[in-house]
Design a protein around this ligand. Sequence first.
Ligand code: DGI
Ligand code: FE
Ligand code: FE
Ligand code: FE
Length: 189
Amino acid sequence: RYSRDELMAAVSGQMPEKRWKHTLGVMETAVKLAERFGADPAKADLAAILHDVAKYWPVKDMEQVIRDNPELNQDLLNHDKQLWHSEVGALVARRDYGIEDPDILDAIRWHTSGRVGMSLLDKVVCLADYIEPGRDFPGVNNIRELAQHSLEKALIAGFDSTISFLLQQQRVIYPLTVLSRNDLIQHLI
Ligand code: DGI
Ligand code: FE
Ligand code: FE
Ligand code: FE
């Protein structure tokens, strides 16, 4: 059983200082968004601490975890390795760090691609990952402004920026990213 401090120490030891700084930014932002939009701030904090836990794992190790666990989306293996760390991270959070709360595990699992029918906590963590104070990409300030009043509109703008970037680079788009973005638009009121 890890305390929050032990969890932070264990996770920070698995990544370069720059990525840990990003994680601290996601924690701060996710808690604020949770308070603003009515998600559980304690769950947002824990999910943020762990969201990139597998980001620096060797590719072979991530691949093994995906192959050994048929409940993870095997289609990941046909797409960018950058997408693997979120589903792998959720498994690691449960297996190695004793996180059992399904809301927290889902928020970790879907923080990169989103999913169809994202929970409030999924949205908070995914958006915090886009707009934490250390992020600097074209359009990030517009997403930060949208996040003042609409979680969904901000997240759609986040996915749009990812998709536009991938299109511009003529890279493959992970279908679930598009499905998540469409689903958010279809549920806007
Ligand atoms: O782990 P982070 O860098 O904090 O952010 P993330 O978990 O959102 O990972 C985004 C990375 O995934 C980024 O390098 C772009 C890459 N990527 C490749 N194809 C796709 C993709 N991301 C999404 N959402 N959708 C894709 O199709
Ligand atoms: Fe990530
Ligand atoms: Fe993201
Ligand atoms: Fe991240």
